[in-house]
Design a protein around this ligand. Structure first.
Ligand SMILES: NC(=O)c1ccc[n+]([C@@H]2O[C@H](COP(=O)([O-])OP(=O)(O)OC[C@H]3O[C@@H](n4cnc5c(N)ncnc54)[C@H](O)[C@@H]3O)[C@@H](O)[C@H]2O)c1
Length: 261
């Protein structure tokens, strides 16, 4: 994954990548895109049925994938997950942390429980997965981590205070890991999507009591004039996990139709 030399790209097909939140809209697109490149996938999600469906889809298209049920906010679960993945596939070469959730509200609308849950799903999950993965990536001779933050981790949005704060944490955590783990051959990069057509975006409309079509039309108000599709985020992840980005670490790639410009 970190090959500094040209002409080594064929080895990408032998890698094992763990995708957290792999059962969701963006996570499943990441799994599909990586499977195109003959990567073995560990699909982890709290929603084990969704993870199972994604793994089945990858397998029926000729790929290699295994579902894993895991609450990424629980330290013991995450340790067990990493042990199971490495026991099953023998090594780990890449990690993409997609798991996350949103609770819309300003700080007077959010309860301390909403705040805690936002940090658990969006930031603790990244810390715990990366913490458990780094020793395995290092012992494979290096690897790549891609985290999914949000445009709202770079620039605040209204009535999403906990989410913005947690996603800003994801950005900085990623850059801190890029510094700390470069000597072990581990690159860490962040993708910051803008509004993407998934279940999460639809739930936001419901949380704000807005008709979905109207909410989507407003979200399209950005330079490229539309919301994003999950596969467009997956393409950026594939680049940052692969050897084409072997000299890229600590980067934050906005994939948002220009929404943060
Ligand atoms: N959809 C967007 O507009 C958008 C924009 C910017 C960033 N993002 C980020 O992209 C990521 C994926 O979002 P999505 O739109 O695909 O949403 P989604 O709801 O479709 O998928 C999220 C997945 O994460 C899983 N998950 C959440 N918390 C978990 C936990 N603690 N343990 C295990 N699994 C957990 C859910 O079960 C779900 O399958 C999230 O981190 C989100 O914040 C999404």
């Amino acid at each position: 994954m970190n090959g500094p030399r040209e002409g080594t790209r064929g080895s990408e097909r032998d890698r094992v990548v763990l995708v957290t939140g792999g059962g969701g809209g963006i996570g499943s697109a990441v799994c599909r895109r990586l499977a195109d490149h003959r990567t073995t996938l560990a699909v982890a999600d709290r929603d084990v049925e969704a993870a199972r469906e994604v793994a089945l889809e990858v397998r029926s298209a000729g790929g290699r994938a295994e579902p894993f049920g895991c609450d990424l906010s629980r330290p013991d679960d995450v340790e067990d997950l990493l042990k199971s993945v490495v026991a099953r596939f023998g090594a780990l070469h890449g990690l993409c942390t997609v798991a996350g959730s949103i609770r819309r509200g300003d700080i007077t609308e959010l309860s301390p429980g909403d705040w805690r849950a936002s940090f658990e799903d969006n930031l603790d999950s990244v810390f715990l997965a990366c913490r458990a993965a780094v020793p395995h990536l290092a012992s494979a001779g290096g690897g790549a981590i891609v985290t999914i933050a949000s445009g709202w981790g770079l620039r605040a949005g209204r009535r999403a205070a906990a989410y913005c704060a947690a996603k800003a944490g994801v950005v900085m955590l990623t850059q801190a890991m890029a510094l700390d783990h470069a000597p072990a051959g581990i690159r860490a990069n962040c993708v910051a999507p803008g509004d993407v057509r998934t279940g999460m975006l639809e739930r936001e409309a419901h949380q704000l009591g807005r008709p979905v079509a109207e909410f989507y039309a407003e979200a399209a108000d950005r330079p490229l004039g539309r919301i994003g599709e999950p596969h467009e985020i997956a393409d950026a992840v594939r680049f940052l996990l692969g050897e084409e980005s072997s000299f890229v670490t600590g980067a934050v790639l906005t994939v948002d139709g220009g929404g943060t410009v």
